[in-house]
Design a protein around this ligand. Structure first.
Ligand code: DOR
Ligand code: ZN
Length: 440
């Protein structure tokens, strides 16, 4: 195992025992007691030992969630989020590992910045914070960053997210290096020549409102190109925030011909549509933009089917002045960590598209596999690391952005009543969130 991973393993909690009483692994069967000792699952059912207890009341026990796409804004924009506040939001959202995107200031395009992010994550200790390394220097798309040096420092995922690696030769080289290094390139698929000045999904709504369009083809053409390049390079490719029907079609086609491609969809693209644009409220501005109801339907089906592998939040905190302004000046992005599970329940579970095993797959197992995390997304079995999330499927709650752990409050779900709540999160047996609070 590489350096960073080993260090993170060493921060395991001290020897403590804990009983999760009356919980239902994967929401299946009758409630059982689960014993956690020394950071691992030590027993399931028939527990006679005495220990501290977390009351499950029949709640669903899942492997801890893994977010492949989080913007933590540190270094550079600590007025909107820090590694500490973002880690708290992640723990409260049921996450035990997050990947912190590289579009910080300075950019995480070198060993020093990625090591700083990893170190801060360890110090905070609420969630495993894995730094994403930039593919190109300064996210400028011109010169490859030192992928090898960052990989040696423990980086597993590389992305210029926020920007597309649009030059096909640079992308080809990045894929070739990623193969040699055993890491994965995550592409923000957006052909920049097709989205100059783009403000919203190119379609009826944007035309009616006079907003410059962001055509679906700008995403689909890059995904198609990169699937071909990945196959050619014998490399793995990960596609960030899939938002269109055409991208789902391209992924299905590419997978069928043996391309090692994985893909994520965000909670907001599973629920919201460009019908929201009518209010001109920039809280709905995001990149890629909210698409149509037809796209939402296809994205849900593709996720259920496995054509899209997993859910990733694209948690993107922004300051009030960057959101509470005219549409064209507003920054794209929305908070996601504390609402992701509930949006997945609303769009995938309550619609019958996924059962709780399916939720474990798309929120935890597949993202852990894609990033190559050996101790996350593991089955709920004796001997496995106790990275766990307890979910009350019958709870419902009202979203209040101001109440989130994040510094920013830009949630498009403000005021909505959502189903399902995270009861507790455990990182290597240590309770990192319980009852909506971070334990002291
Ligand atoms: O909406 C977005 N916000 N999309 C991105 O690609 C970047 C992100 C951000 O950093 O705010
Ligand atoms: Zn992006």
């Amino acid at each position: 195992m590489r350096e960073l991973a080993t260090e993170q393993m060493n921060t395991s909690s001290p020897a403590i025992s804990l009983i999760l009483r009356g919980v239902r692994p994967y929401g299946e069967g009758d409630p059982v007691d689960v014993l956690i000792r020394d950071g691992v699952i030590a027993g399931i059912g028939g527990i006679t030992e005495e220990a501290d207890v977390v009351e499950g009341n029949g709640a669903v026990l899942l492997p801890g969630f893994v977010d492949l796409h989080t913007h933590l804004r540190e270094p550079g924009r600590e007025d909107t989020e820090t590694i500490a506040t973002g880690s708290a939001a992640a723990a409260l959202g049921g996450y035990t590992a997050v990947f912190a995107m590289a579009n910080t200031n300075p950019v995480a395009d070198n060993e020093v910045v990625v090591q700083h992010v990893a170190r801060r994550g360890r110090e905070v200790g609420l969630v495993d914070v894995h730094p994403v390394g930039a593919v190109t220097v300064g996210l400028e798309g011109v010169k490859l960053a030192e992928l090898g040096t960052m990989a040696k420092a423990g980086v597993r995922v590389f992305s210029d997210d926020g920007h597309c690696v649009h030059d096909p030769l640079i992308m080809r080289r990045a894929l070739e290096y990623s193969r040699a290094l055993g890491v994965v390139v995550a592409q923000h698929a957006e052909e920049p020549r097709l989205t100059v000045g783009a403000q919203a999904h190119e379609g009826e709504q944007a035309s009616r409102l006079g907003l410059q369009g962001w055509p679906a083809a700008a995403e689909e053409s890059i995904v198609a190109r990169d699937c071909l390049l990945a196959l050619h390079a014998g490399a793995r490719l990960h596609v960030c925030h899939v938002s269109t029907t055409g991208t789902a079609d391209v992924l299905r086609w590419a997978k069928a011909r043996g391309t090692e491609v994985s893909a994520e969809v965000t909670p907001h693209h599973l629920l919201l549509t460009d019908d929201r644009l009518g209010t001109y409220d920039p809280v709905n501005k995001v990149n890629p933009p909210l698409r149509t109801a037809a796209d939402v339907k296809v994205l849900r089906e593709a996720l259920a089917e496995g054509v899209i592998d997993c859910v990733a939040t694209d948690h993107a905190p922004h300051a009030v002045q960057d959101k509470d302004c005219e549409w064209s000046a507003a920054r794209p992005g929305m908070l996601g960590l504390q609402t992701a599970l509930s949006i997945v329940v609303e769009t995938m579970v309550n619609t019958g598209l996924l059962d709780w095993r399916g939720v474990a797959r798309v929120m935890s197992e597949r993202p852990a596999e894609i990033a190559g995390l050996p101790d996350q997304g593991r089955p709920i079995e004796v001997g496995e690391p106790a990275n766990l999330t307890l979910v009350d499927p019958d709870a419902s709650w009202t979203v209040r952005g101001a109440a989130f752990a994040s510094i920013a409050a830009n949630t498009p779900f403000e005021g909505m009543e959502l189903p399902g709540a995270v009861v507790a999160t455990l990182l290597r047996g240590r309770v990192t969130a319980v009852g909506g609070r971070i334990p002291a």
